[in-house]
Design a protein around this ligand. Structure first.
Ligand code: UDP
Length: 460
């Protein structure tokens, strides 16, 4: 006998930054009595280091079971084949679940995979698009989709005004795929997220109302938007889910003990935590500037350098650090980021501004020093600096490199100067608002409740 109130099939795009928020959202739904099945690709499942989650996971195929996106060669080839093979294998999974007495009622899909709506329609299911970017970024892609925003901007465009965006933005603040001509086909895919959005029942966004009021109000007139974030484990926010410890699905193995032992020996708010997320490839020259900037700063640092990036560290860098002090810096291949951000020793997050990392820093009240690399990161950095006033942005030189002196200066600004105090106060304010949003009766909690109750009505 089934005891659940409805059954949602969750379809994330297979990458760390996309699966994390959808998994956390799934856990929230599950705590409200909704059965969850996550469908992800065989190739992605093979890369998982940690598979400790209470939700059930089923495999579908992207057509590249042995190597996923790397096997496909290009991103566009990958997405094209994924649509073909993914649609078939997703349909087979829905049939299998129905035959096992546990029919699906709703598909929650990543709009990078818009074909999921057609599969939902074929089976008469309701559907919800789950945007893993924030609403401001979605709004920019929407304007490109509508042809309202003429991009790429020309040299003469000093500022771009986007309805619903609370401040003017420059071309260096728009997502990189919008301004880089060689990324035209990736932009197509991003813009395509909106192609069948008029057919969905809900548009879920990993953000919270208080953070992006103006743009959410604007977009809500067009789409049935519900903000449901921040989607980080409950134990860091409202403590309502009992066994909610970590992100349960990880492509990399975190060096948890090393990081926490090291942080436990540092002074309160004294450490710069540095990470560029799961995908960014930092240029060798930039890596070198960053390394010496961190070493020259008078702060200790914890730096995540993924194993594929390690060879870019300057020669003798680790030895040189030890000459300064045993404690000066810890370089690890992956860390438990939420535990690091939450740690009392962490005082500043030098981040690439991936949306998950940014939202995690907001939710845990950690001031940011932003060094965006590509995709939506420049827009997130703009919001952090000028709208939420929760950090600074390190300025690049004309070659696009942030120099060591600039890094040193920015660290000082955030951690020691008067401006840093204002940033810290704002960080505390946003942390409180983020917690309230997911807490009982908060804006995101209400939205999730409403989503579940409509789902239950449809399913019964
Ligand atoms: N992360 C982590 N350990 C690390 C670095 C990152 O657990 O050492 C997590 C981080 O908490 C975030 C995700 O990986 O949830 C990265 O997502 P984000 O959107 O910030 O960046 P992306 O990897 O998509 O560029």
């Amino acid at each position: 006998m089934t005891t659940h109130r409805a059954h949602c099939l969750i379809l994330p795009y297979p990458s760390q930054g996309h699966i994390n928020p959808m998994l956390q959202f799934s856990k929230r739904l599950q705590s409200k009595g909704v059965k969850i099945t996550i469908a992800t690709t065989k190739s992605f499942l093979k890369t998982m280091q940690e598979l400790t989650t209470s939700v059930s996971i089923e495999a579908i195929s992207d057509g590249y079971d042995d190597g996923g996106r790397d096997q496909a060669g290009s991103f566009v080839a990958y997405i094209t084949r994924f649509k073909e093979v993914g649609s078939d294998t997703l349909a087979q999974l829905i049939k299998k679940l129905a035959n096992s007495g546990c029919p699906v009622n709703c598909i929650v899909y990543d709009p990078f995979l818009p074909w999921a709506v057609e599969v939902a329609k074929d089976f008469g299911l309701v559907s919800a698009a789950f945007f893993t970017q924030n609403c401001a970024v979605d709004n920019i892609y929407y304007h490109v989709h509508k042809g309202v925003l003429k991009l790429p901007p020309t040299q003469d465009d000093e500022e771009i005004l986007i309805p619903g965006f609370s401040c003017p933005i420059e071309s260096s603040d728009v997502p990189s795929f919008v301004i880089s001509p060689e990324a035209a086909r990736i932009l197509d895919m991003l813009v395509n997220q909106f192609s069948n959005l008029d057919k969905v029942d809900w548009v879920l966004i990993n953000s919270f109302y208080e953070l992006e009021k103006e743009v959410i109000d604007w977009m809500s007139k067009i789409y049935p938007i519900k903000t449901i974030g921040p989607t980080i484990p409950s134990m860091y926010l409202d403590n309502r889910l009992p066994d909610d410890k970590e992100y349960g699905l990880s492509v990399f193995k975190p060096m948890t003990n090393e990081c926490l032992n090291w942080l436990n020996h540092q002074l309160i708010s004294s450490v710069v935590y540095v990470s560029f997320g799961s995908l960014a490839k930092v240029e060798v020259e930039q890596m070198e500037e960053l390394a010496w900037g961190l070493k020259n700063s008078n702060k200790n640092f914890l730096w995540v350098v993924r194993s594929t990036e390690e060879s870019k560290l300057p020669k003798n860098f680790l030895e040189e650090l030890k000459l300064v002090s045993e404690n000066k810096g810890l370089v690890v291949s992956w860390c438990p980021q939420l535990q690091v951000l939450e740690h009392k020793s962490t005082g500043c997050f030098l981040t690439h501004c991936g949306w998950n990392s940014t939202l995690e820093a907001i939710s845990l009240g950690v001031p940011m020093l932003t060094m965006p690399q590509w995709t939506d990161q420049p827009t997130n950095a703009k919001l952090v600096k000028d709208v939420w006033e929760m950090g600074v942005r390190a300025k690049q030189d004309e070659k696009g490199i942030v120099r060591r002196e600039v890094i040193e200066e920015c660290i000082k600004l955030v951690m020691e100067e008067e401006k840093g105090k204002m940033i810290k106060e704002n960080a505390q304010k946003w942390k409180e608002l983020a917690r309230k949003a997911v807490d009982e009766g908060g804006s995101s909690d209400k939205n999730i409740e409403e989503f579940v109750s409509k789902l239950v009505t449809i399913s019964s």
